[in-house]
Design a protein around this ligand. Sequence first.
Ligand SMILES: C[S@@+](CC[C@H](N)C(=O)[O-])C[C@H]1O[C@@H](n2cnc3c(N)ncnc32)[C@H](O)[C@@H]1O
Length: 360
Amino acid sequence: MGADHTRTDIERWILSNLTPQASTTAELMYERMESQSGRCLPVLYEPLDNTKRSHWHDEALIGAFAHAMGDASIVLDVGPGDGWPALRIADRFKKIIGIDPSPLRVRVQRENAERLDIDNVEFLVMDAEEMTFKNGSFGGVTAASSIEQCANPEQALREVLRVLAPGGTLAMVFEDYDACFADSVGDEKLRGELTDKEAVVFYQVRRKSPPRETWYALFLDRQRLNADPEFLEAVENISETPVELDGAPVGDGFVAPSETFGVTLLAGLMPFVADTKYFELNHLTSGTVNELLTRVGFVEMRHLDHRMPELLAFFDAARDAGKLGLNGPVLDVVAEVFGISAVERAGEGPGDFVIARKPG
Ligand SMILES: C[S@@+](CC[C@H](N)C(=O)[O-])C[C@H]1O[C@@H](n2cnc3c(N)ncnc32)[C@H](O)[C@@H]1O
């Protein structure tokens, strides 16, 4: 880990008492979620409904991803989560290959493909930073909110460029640090997760310069914790609501102002800690994405706003005019047209949906 002059009290305590091992978002987050999307994605989990704003938006994004891939025949989807966008664009291409380092995610992706009867997709356990595909294997690559989840986004983009065919296109959506977290820089949060199998306390801290987020996971011995109702309750209480570290009470005996509350709680939990891991995310912005893409060799970067404001304005107007019922605009056609036109109008940044080309 880097220099520690910006470390918080809690981090310093964790680092000196628990010697955390480096890990990844795939292991600490995505490997631990049965559904990464909360099972609310249209088509994958819910029937398409043209009265829902989120379904229009999803359709438009799918249209945009597919259109950006041009006439690619085989497309790579990096980090499909529950299978998005891979399973949603599969009918437009000969084959889609999805890669994800989390075996649980890959299992869910395969199950979803089978349930939806989509047979031109293949999901593999693989890290975007170290792919086993030959150079130039794919006509296009999609990556939705996954490049920023890689420990080294630059290395992942270098690999994406390598496996793209000359002239091939990358279309990626990313969580823009400036847009999403500008107000929460400096945030620290403690969160507890208690399930039948495990008890974990997460401590999360965000920094601005460089824009970075660190998550420490303290895995607790569930049996020993069960035997100690006071601490079990403390972890239970923080599991219900993510707690900001500014004085909120957390269980009996853990009412405290300031950061000492966190150290006090963690120090109390120390005898129960079986393992400690951390991951560190380097956050992206439109500017840093362009820098990375340029550095690894992409050209012709174009950006758009992944929220597709015109589509949503169209939706609101149609709803207000009472035209969203069964006889209203046909969702997939209208949304696809918006997705396509957004890609065609994509321009120089900023925007959190980026389309870039490998030189031909
Ligand atoms: C925020 S989820 C996005 C899932 C999906 N694309 C979507 O938009 O719903 C991030 C995904 O990236 C995957 N991921 C994390 N690190 C990765 C890596 N190094 N290589 C490829 N995928 C990775 C995670 O396992 C997870 O499936």
